[in-house]
Design a binder for this molecule. Structure first.
Ligand code: SF4
Length: 323
């Protein structure tokens, strides 16, 4: 994708736990275009949050590259942020944890514009208008995080991310800690803001139903790897990877009747000891004889999606997966 704001190429991220090296992200490629929402889905522990944190430079990659508007995020550094990267923002699951409890909301939102050279009074005015834009009263600038509900605090975190006109936002489970009534409202707010600001957003979630509702494209992650990427409706209507099919089958459909529990054998394997060959093979209901030894190549299908499974053939329409 030539006009990508975010370009992740062959990215691997490692950490050490109990003396054992764990590759949490293993050779991932994804792109994000302006105005696009990419849903990143997978079970807990699959590496999607690690991937998000590496994209914004919080974690360092062991191999590969992440470009934001053409510049490597390795250059973000720990100290004063390179102005190029001010337009790359992250929203976290726990808005309270990402806000300073002892500082007024307005000051926290004004930080970004002030780093970018805006005067304090103008930055505070901007904070006020952004708070109103995300549905909070303008006088919230003078209040502290504990004076707001969880949903309101996430709105504050969103206002702070918007304060320096971001071109890309990485939203890591931004609604999963909120009560049900706030979830839809905050998700709708994010969708509207992506369009209004022509940003791109990577929306990280374990909840495929919300991802289906708001995303243009979906990337499905399993044990550190992206196993399928494509347009949301294509993937939803005809998943081409067995894991995607199982994930979709496990969520309640709108008719309330098609719900089939996720019924894969075993749990997600320990990422310290990933299975050989296709990492999904111990749980795959349609595994082939070669799957335990040969890692499937990523292939591009005729409808534009990319998938890593021996059952699919490059350049053809996706074959239906049945089990
Ligand atoms: Fe299943 Fe084999 Fe495809 Fe992996 S490559 S998802 S084990 S069929």
């Amino acid at each position: 994708m030539s006009n990508s704001i975010i370009e992740v190429s062959n990215l691997s991220v490692e950490y050490t736990r109990n003396g054992k090296k764990i590759r949490a992200v293993a050779g991932v490629d994804i792109q994000l275009a302006p105005g696009e929402i990419l849903g990143l889905v997978g079970e807990s522990g699959c590496g999607k949050s690690t991937l998000g944190k590496t994209i914004v430079g919080i974690l360092k990659g062991a191999e590969g590259e992440v470009l934001f508007n053409g510049k490597s995020v390795e250059k973000i550094g720990r100290g004063r942020r390179d102005p190029h990267f001010l337009n790359l923002q992250m929203i976290f699951q726990d808005p309270y944890g990402s806000l300073n409890p002892r500082r007024k909301i307005g000051e926290q939102i004004a930080d970004g514009p002030m780093i970018a050279g805006v005067s304090k009074s103008d930055a505070l005015k901007k904070a006020q208008s952004l708070l109103e834009r995300v549905g909070l009263p303008a006088n919230a600038v003078d209040r502290f995080p504990h004076q707001f509900s969880g949903g309101q605090r996430q709105r504050i975190a969103i206002a702070r991310a918007l304060a320096i006109s971001p071109t890309a936002i990485i939203a890591d489970e931004p609604i999963s800690a909120l009560d049900t009534s706030s979830q839809a409202a905050v998700a709708n707010l994010l969708v509207n803001l992506v369009e209004e600001f022509n940003m791109g957003m990577i929306f990280i979630s374990h909840d495929l139903s919300i991802v289906r509702r708001i995303s243009d494209r979906v990337a499905v992650m399993y044990l550190g790897k992206i196993v399928e990427t494509g347009k949301t409706e294509d993937i939803w209507n005809s998943p081409s990877h067995p894991y995607t099919k199982a994930l979709i089958a496990a969520i309640p459909h709108a008719d309330g009747q098609s719900f089939v529990p996720l019924d894969l054998p075993g749990d997600v394997p320990n990422p310290a000891f990933p299975p050989s060959g296709c990492r999904f093979h111990p749980r795959c209901p349609v595994a082939q004889s070669q799957c335990s030894s040969v890692e499937p190549l990523k292939v591009s299908l005729k409808d534009g999606r990319e998938v890593s499974c021996v059952l699919q053939e490059a350049g053809t329409m996706p074959k239906a997966i049945t089990f």
